[in-house]
Design a protein around this ligand. Structure first.
Ligand code: FO1
Length: 328
């Protein structure tokens, strides 16, 4: 089966997931295991891609690739399991920049991709080929092949996402976000194609950080419009459980932006796009508030620790979405 070309021989898409890195990739893995091979397409955030040491690094794509191929580092969620650090040690000895960790095996990914990009191949073609080589049957589709970069507006000035996230360890106070290139970047045509396929039964916004993982994709007007127009229901899984983020700086960002740090805040954030919202039982008391936003609610455990958790949440979220109808 083709890993991600125009898909002449592939199964029709039944589910499109929108995902960032570590948190979203967990549900994406559950969906990939629950659905039949080839039925899942994943729109991957590219807003936190960056150029580093002359290489193009695509953290969310790589986290999805490693997670779905079983190569991910289980401790960090990013990078490869069992990776070594000879390159980083040698780099430090040469006085190079070491704030962004590149394991030796992971480095091969960045070198191979950067080389192919410089030879004129598109990010999506390269990603599809890598997926095929690593045995991934879901289609991981970069949201765009064009440059789209998240800039975090902080009290210390604007920072590229990885500079804010990794170099500054998310310490600067956030004032807002900018998604450079979002007005001109072309949405990957397979994503728009999936959204108009009659076979599509559900669109699932994974429990990723809304500001840095999902909004960069939604900042492309054509994608936002296609999500509004698509016939399949759109549901989101809350990345906030019990007033805390499942992963990363989502809660800190919400607090600094003046939003209540709660799951219903996330539902409000997506309210013009989604038909349903998945809440953890810890947030059952918010059900009424979320229904009041004009959407359906599924209450089910959404903290994913084991593979079984991921598959169960994927199964229930997919079934929840399929049972909804879209009025648009
Ligand atoms: N995150 C870190 O906190 N520190 C790192 O040194 C780091 C290196 C890294 C290398 C490759 C990769 O694909 C991801 C990496 N990440 C690292 C994760 C990362 O950049 C963030 O989790 C995401 O971009 C935020 O979504």
């Amino acid at each position: 089966m083709s890993g991600g070309g125009d898909g002449g021989d592939r199964r029709p898409t039944s589910c499109l997931a929108l995902s960032g890195g570590v948190g979203g990739a967990k549900l994406a893995l559950g969906l990939a295991r629950h659905l039949a091979p080839g039925e899942l397409a994943i729109a991957a955030n590219v807003g936190d891609d960056f150029e580093h040491l002359g290489l193009t690094i695509c953290p969310d794509i790589d986290t999805l690739v490693y997670t779905l191929s079983g190569l991910a580092n289980p401790e960090t969620g990013w990078g490869r399991a069992g990776d070594t650090a000879t390159f980083m040690h040698a780099l430090a000895g040469l006085g190079g920049e070491t704030w962004f960790h590149l394991g030796d095996g992971d480095l091969a990914m960045h070198v191979a991709r950067s080389h192919r990009l410089r030879s004129g191949e598109s990010l999506s073609r390269i990603t599809a080929d890598i997926c095929e080589r690593l045995g991934i049957e879901a289609r991981i589709l970069p949201a765009s092949d064009d440059a789209l970069r998240t800039i975090v507006e902080t009290e210390d000035g604007p920072l590229a996402l990885q500079h804010y996230f990794v170099r500054e360890k998310c310490a600067p106070k956030v004032k807002g976000f900018r998604y450079d290139g979002s007005r001109t970047a072309q949405v990957k045509k397979e994503i728009l194609g999936a959204l108009s396929e009659p076979s599509l039964q559900a669109v699932i916004i994974c429990p990723s950080n809304p500001y840095i993982s999902i909004d960069p994709m939604l900042a492309m007007p054509a994608l936002r419009q296609a999500l509004k127009d698509c016939a399949a229901p759109v549901v989101a899984v809350s990345p906030i459980v019990g007033g805390a983020a499942l992963k990363g700086p989502t809660a800190k960002m919400m607090h600094e932006l003046g939003a209540a740090v709660s799951a219903d805040s996330v539902a409000r954030h997506y309210r013009d796009l989604i038909d349903g919202f998945v809440l953890d039982p810890a947030d059952a008391a918010l059900e009424k508030a979320v229904r009041g936003l004009g959407m359906e609610v599924l209450i089910t455990p959404s903290v994913m620790t084991s593979l079984g958790d991921k598959i169960r949440l994927a199964r229930e979220t997919f079934a929840f979405a399929v049972a909804l109808s879209r009025s648009n």
